[in-house]
Write a protein of this length. Structure first.
Length: 318
């Protein structure tokens, strides 16, 4: 293993707190990773990593070395991008996190276009509703709904997604159809939570030009978007989410839009990535491509500015 590969390995171990995860992410045997770090420590004459039965963390010397390694690797990648035609045809592995609905309905139906444009890239897509730790799990970039509030990530806004409140015909026949936002408090919702976030049991409507949250009741709580929609189809209560997610169900009559004459707050969608990877040609070409995909689908209602940190976080993130 050459020195630059060893530096990459070392930074991944620090970021994942694990020899095994770092080795798996780089597709090398764990024994090779262990030997490479032992050789690095011997060459430098310093202990870089402290190991316990459960975790690996850098020593003070290792932390200082890690910070220099991050800068060295970023400079190297930038230099290669300038001197080689890699920016036009990047290669290597690109790891992307996509929520299920975005993967299935928007990104993956057009993924052959990305492949034909960048045939040297290998994609690894993590799909689900669990919010992963990008740095800790070695993910290059992710699509996130809501408002980003992680200062360790760079964020680029892609689009503002139109939202809809809806319910099944059965639910509305049993409990009635609300005609005004004030009536929402008399209804049940399918409650939603993700990760460590609080359970969301409100519905948001624009009133006099400002978003207002209306508290509701409910007896069903889920933590993934697919179950959220299925519960609504089964008459468990009202739901609120981006329209594209339930467009087909609305067209088939399985769900019915509620308060269609009232505007709903849009859900901002961002692509986020760790700061140290912002110069990666692999990440750059994917972000540019996926931005064009969302622009073609939803229009050009997005700014070009980045937002490293914005608070507070939006609750509507499914």
């Amino acid at each position: 293993m050459d020195r630059f590969d060893a530096l990459t390995l070392f930074t991944r171990i620090v970021e994942t707190s694990s020899f095994t995860r770092a080795a798996n992410g780089l597709n090398i045997p764990r024994a090779t990773a262990t030997l490479a770090i032992q050789q690095m420590e011997a060459r430098l004459g310093a202990r870089l990593l402290a190991r316990t039965t459960r975790q690996v963390h850098p020593t003070p010397e290792g932390q200082a070395f890690y910070e220099r390694c991050v800068q060295v690797l970023a400079d190297l990648e930038e230099a290669e991008a300038v001197l080689k035609p890699v920016a036009a045809n990047p290669s290597g592995v690109l790891r992307v996190e996509l929520h299920g609905a975005h993967a299935q309905r928007i990104v993956l139906p057009r993924i052959r276009e990305f492949r034909s444009r960048y045939p040297e890239l290998e994609l690894v897509i993590t799909s689900g509703d669990r919010r992963v730790d990008l740095v800790g799990e070695g993910i290059d970039c992710a699509l996130r709904g809501g408002t980003p509030n992680d200062s360790s990530l760079v964020a680029r806004k892609l689009v503002d997604l139109p939202q809809v409140i809806c319910a099944s015909p059965d639910y509305l026949s049993r409990f009635g159809t609300p005609r005004h936002p004030e009536e929402l408090g008399e209804h049940q919702v399918v409650r939603f939570f993700s990760g460590n976030t609080a359970v969301d049991s409100t519905l948001d409507v624009m009133v006099d030009g400002s978003p207002q949250a209306f508290a509701t009741g409910g007896w069903m709580t889920v933590n993934d978007a697919t179950s959220y929609v299925v519960c609504a189809q089964q008459g468990c209560g009202l739901i609120q989410l981006p329209r594209f997610h339930v467009e087909a169900a609305l067209n088939r009559g399985e769900l019915v839009e509620v308060l269609p004459e009232w505007d709903k707050p849009t859900l901002p969608l961002w692509v986020v990535y760790p700061q140290r990877r912002q110069l990666s040609p692999r990440v750059r070409v994917f972000i540019d491509w996926v931005a064009a995909v969302y622009e073609a689908r939803f229009g050009t209602n997005r700014p070009t500015a980045s937002a490293p940190r914005v608070t507070p976080a939006s609750r509507k993130s499914r």
